[in-house]
Design a binder for this molecule. Structure first.
Ligand code: GTP
Ligand code: MG
Length: 195
């Protein structure tokens, strides 16, 4: 799935612009700066695939990438950036809601959580939205190269406690480092074996 090049398809700002849902799809959600673009680049072995489409000022776009014979990889805009103007935040929330509840081919949402910070209040809001939309989600801890063994155990426990309140949560937590490559092959396998 990831051996052949993964290509950018399009960035969309409204449900009407979505590519046809003719294949499965997984999305990557998470706070701004959590490492979404870096993770997609690591998964696809491309240095700048995700970032290349991230034109400044168009951060409310949903970016679609196509694997060969597999699901779309969908990069959602980062949430929790306090400096964005309220109308922009509102518009993005509406689009996210519409996307998560209306995209029938969406098979799984990967919710990225910075391993140093754990699940925050803004993350909880997304998890609740995913519950309501009945979209199975799986937590991916990012930047684990930045913490030691003890802190890893601690954050995994914190995430597990948070997940116990969410019916749509997949119980397996994936620990990753886009920098060091840890967990990337595991995540590829998870994506490749979705049905
Ligand atoms: P937005 O597009 O603003 O929502 O951010 P993003 O979630 O796409 O984050 P991005 O991939 O741009 O990464 C943010 C910063 O974190 C960059 O400086 C990355 O180099 C760094 N980063 C991402 N993943 C890792 C990682 O696994 N380890 C380390 N050490 N740094 C990382
Ligand atoms: Mg990004």
């Amino acid at each position: 799935l990831f051996a052949a090049p993964v290509d950018f398809v399009k960035g969309v700002v409204a449900m009407s612009g979505m590519p046809p849902g003719d294949r499965l799809e997984v999305c990557f959600a998470g706070r701004s700066n959590v490492g979404k673009s870096s993770l997609i680049n690591a998964l696809t072995n491309r240095k700048n695939l995700a970032r290349a489409s991230n034109t400044p000022g168009r951060t409310q776009e949903i970016n679609f990438f196509a694997t060969t014979g597999g699901p779309y990889l969908v990069d959602l805009p980062g949430y929790g950036f306090a400096e964005a103007p309220l109308p922009i935040v509102k518009k993005w929330q509406e689009l996210l809601k519409a996307y998560l509840s209306g995209r029938v081919n969406l098979r799984r949402a990967f919710v990225l959580i910075d391993a140093r910070h754990g699940v925050k209040k803004v993350d909880e809001e997304i998890l609740t939205l995913l519950d309501r939309s009945a979209v199975t989600f799986q937590v991916v801890l990012t930047k684990i190269d930045k913490i030691g063994r003890v802190d890893r155990d601690r954050v995994v426990e914190q995430v597990k406690t948070a997940l116990s309140k969410h019916p749509a949560a997949h119980p397996e937590i994936v620990l990753t480092s886009s920098e060091k490559g840890e967990g990337i092959e595991i995540l590829r396998t998870i994506i490749a074996t979705l049905e």
